[in-house]
Ligand binder design. Structure first.
Ligand SMILES: [Zn+2]
Length: 312
């Protein structure tokens, strides 16, 4: 693990984590680029100044260096399934998880960078909705956020308070690097760490993951893109084994991909509502207007533990 501390324009302590998965070069490149651009962190002078020194900090982390070096997702265990981990573990990532958690202790906001095999658009993921998480999500240039609460307890965003994960694009693409870099700058802005321009916020649609969509064999076809509403009765995906017809309204794909995953076409998700920008109401998910939720009772997706293993 490499930790690089940089100066913040404000008083918040914020962190950006890349290289959680070693085969996702975008996060590594983004972290290095930010490290080059931001000023080195100068700790407040021990001798005491006039007390105007802020204690803000931008912490940049490259998490899994051996996996990054080997260009592999992990060496012993998936780091983003290894939290809270175990310092005594023989498995590299299980021992790394608590060290990474310690580096992020007490931070006001954390952004974890990922890429996927699925097509754009990029999206964010949260497990625990705090005021900081709301600020991050509505300040990022994404239209959708996946609510992973209750799904897992072994990811970074489910373990470290105020953490949001972001899928910045397709693994290995230049677009993922460019988009992720801009997303990081937006993240720094909304938490006051970057003062180059005013932060902007927008309402973000919340999607709850419900189930994986299995893949059989033969020629795969996926007919709907991520977060695109699948009409009732339409076929989301098919191959020689499966024809996945959606029989109810309100279903959208997450991580939809024809060839990205060996055994799934992606996941089904349901729109549960929207997050509003800071200052516009409470920190909660506001249900969308009722017309688009015909028949929805809000209870869907409550028993979906471990069904969305592919999300970040
Ligand atoms: Zn990842």
């Amino acid at each position: 693990m490499q930790t690089i501390d940089r100066e913040s324009a404000g008083s918040a302590r914020v962190a950006i984590v890349g290289g959680i998965h070693g085969d996702e070069p975008a996060g590594v490149r983004i972290v290095k680029r930010l490290a080059d651009e931001l000023s080195p962190f100068e700790p407040a002078d021990e001798g005491g100044t006039d007390g105007v020194e802020s204690d803000g900090l931008v912490r940049l982390i490259l998490a899994n260096e051996p996996a990054i070096e080997a260009e592999t997702r992990y060496t012993d265990a998936d780091l983003n399934r290894a939290f809270p981990g175990d310092t005594d573990s023989d498995e590299y990532e299980r021992a790394l998880a608590p060290r990474l958690a310690a580096e992020l202790e007490g931070f006001d906001a954390v952004l974890a960078l990922h890429t996927s095999h699925s097509a754009p658009p990029p999206f964010a993921i949260f497990s625990d909705l705090t005021e900081s998480v709301r600020r991050t999500v509505t300040g990022l240039p994404v239209d959708h956020v996946v609510d992973a609460s209750g799904l897992r307890s072994t990811t970074l965003d489910s373990t470290i308070p105020h953490t949001v994960s972001i899928e910045v694009g397709r693994q290995g693409s230049e677009e993922a690097v460019e988009f992720g870099y801009e997303a990081c700058r937006a993240f720094l802005r909304v938490h006051g760490a970057l003062a180059d321009e005013s932060p902007t916020f927008s309402e973000t649609t919340v999607v709850k993951g419900s189930e994986e969509v299995p893949k059989g064999g033969g020629e795969p076809h996926v007919h709907y893109a991520n977060f695109e509403a699948i009409p009732e009765g339409a076929v989301f995906a098919e191959d020689d084994v499966y024809t996945h017809r959606v029989e109810e309204p309100g279903v959208v794909p997450i991580l939809a991909s024809e060839r990205g995953y060996d055994d799934i076409f992606g996941m089904y998700g349901r729109v549960t509502g929207v997050l509003r920008p800071p200052g516009e109401g409470d920190t909660r998910v506001y249900p969308r207007d009722e017309r688009s939720r015909s028949g929805g009772d809000g209870a869907d997706g409550e028993n979906d533990a471990d069904r969305s293993e592919r999300v970040n």
